[in-house]
Design a protein around this ligand. Structure first.
Ligand code: ADP
Ligand code: MG
Length: 317
């Protein structure tokens, strides 16, 4: 590790902001958090591992830090919850420059500031090689109101926030050494859909919800399996990133199977507005009694949709 553990923790402590849910933050054996009355705790944990989730030659350190926390916040959004605090366990090899760690924290704390999420603790260790980070996000949701994956019913419409495929398309361009253009934002600075998730939960609209972290096909399959249902997706309805009014900037395959979108997919039997908290919401299909997933072409002809979500850098690292 570039700095001694103690001085690195001091540095982190100096830079982390506090928050109303944090009674005691960094510096004691445990953080002490205040849970709003009548709420339950949400807890999620996600790895960010060099050469699996990022490459140091492709991703700037601030981007790695931002995306590290975005993964956790997106999980809280997918439950309809509000984040209370984040915890960062960080293992860094001794040959990683201190500057890299500082910039990683700048990215992570930048997103934390944007959503007013205090960094309330973590762990620091020296890694034998490379960088491994684990983010824990603790959130809250009113008692019994967490939106689960398991509530989808046949006949429910399937909705998605924002657009799908931009991040995977940007990554493919990075790999091909082509310019990423406007797709870069989605890959480098994804915005977790916390406001949308909470808005939906307050109105009791979603029967089930999940965030798209591994790709629509894989994450929708998880939702279907937990709900014991199937799904039909209309290929032409899937929102793809466009630049101006020009044709879509990404191939359908990226939207179906690309990862790291951090959008929300949810099901509902009720009317859902086309825009929530400033984010477009698009109906893309419906839940079926028949298990399995089908993709409908423009003429409504079905073909089997397999879960082939993003497999990180398998095969191209
Ligand atoms: P302990 O030995 O009790 O685990 P540590 O020396 O590991 O204590 O940590 C001291 C304090 O610093 C704790 O509050 C811990 O949560 C916090 N901390 C350690 N590493 C990190 C980190 N990477 N990010 C945020 N807080 C950290
Ligand atoms: Mg410790």
């Amino acid at each position: 590790m570039p700095l001694q553990e103690k001085s690195l923790i001091k540095r982190i402590q100096r830079r982390a902001r506090s928050g109303s849910a944090v009674v005691t933050g960094i510096g004691d054996d445990c953080a002490v958090l205040r849970l709003p009355p009548g709420h339950e705790l949400l807890v999620t944990t996600d790895f960010t591992i060099e050469k699996v989730h990022f490459r140091r030659d492709w991703h700037r350190p601030d981007v790695v830090g931002w995306r590290c926390l975005a993964r956790g916040l997106s999980d809280i959004a997918a439950m309809g919850g509000q984040p209370l605090a984040a915890f960062l366990s960080l293992a860094v090899a001794s040959d990683v420059p201190q500057k890299w760690v500082d910039r990683f924290l700048t990215g992570l704390l930048g997103l934390a500031d944007e959503f007013k999420v205090p960094l309330a603790g973590g762990d620091t260790a020296e890694s034998p090689v490379g960088i491994q980070a684990d983010i824990v996000v603790v959130g809250s949701v009113p008692h019994g109101k967490a939106v689960l994956r398991s509530g989808a019913r046949p006949g429910d419409r399937i909705y998605v926030t924002g657009e799908l495929g931009a991040s995977a398309a940007a990554l493919a361009r990075l790999a091909a050494e082509r310019p990423m253009g406007p797709l870069a934002g989605a890959h480098f600075g994804p915005k977790p859909r916390l406001a949308v998730g909470e808005w939906l939960r307050r109105r009791g609209l979603p029967s089930a919800m999940i965030d798209v972290s591994d790709g629509l096909s894989t994450d929708l399959e998880h939702l279907c399996q937990e709900s014991h249902v199937g799904a039909e997706i209309e290929a032409g309805a899937i929102p793809l990133p466009r630049v101006g009014r020009r044709k879509p900037e990404v191939a359908l395959e990226f939207a179906l199977h690309g990862g790291d979108d951090y959008e929300l997919v949810f099901t509902s039997a009720k009317d859902v507005p086309a825009r929530i908290a400033g984010v477009p919401v698009t109906g893309i299909g419906r839940i079926t009694r028949a298990h399995g997933m089908r993709l409908l072409d423009a003429e409504g002809r079905p073909r089997k949709l397999e879960a082939r979500g993003w497999e990180h850098f398998r095969g191209n690292s």
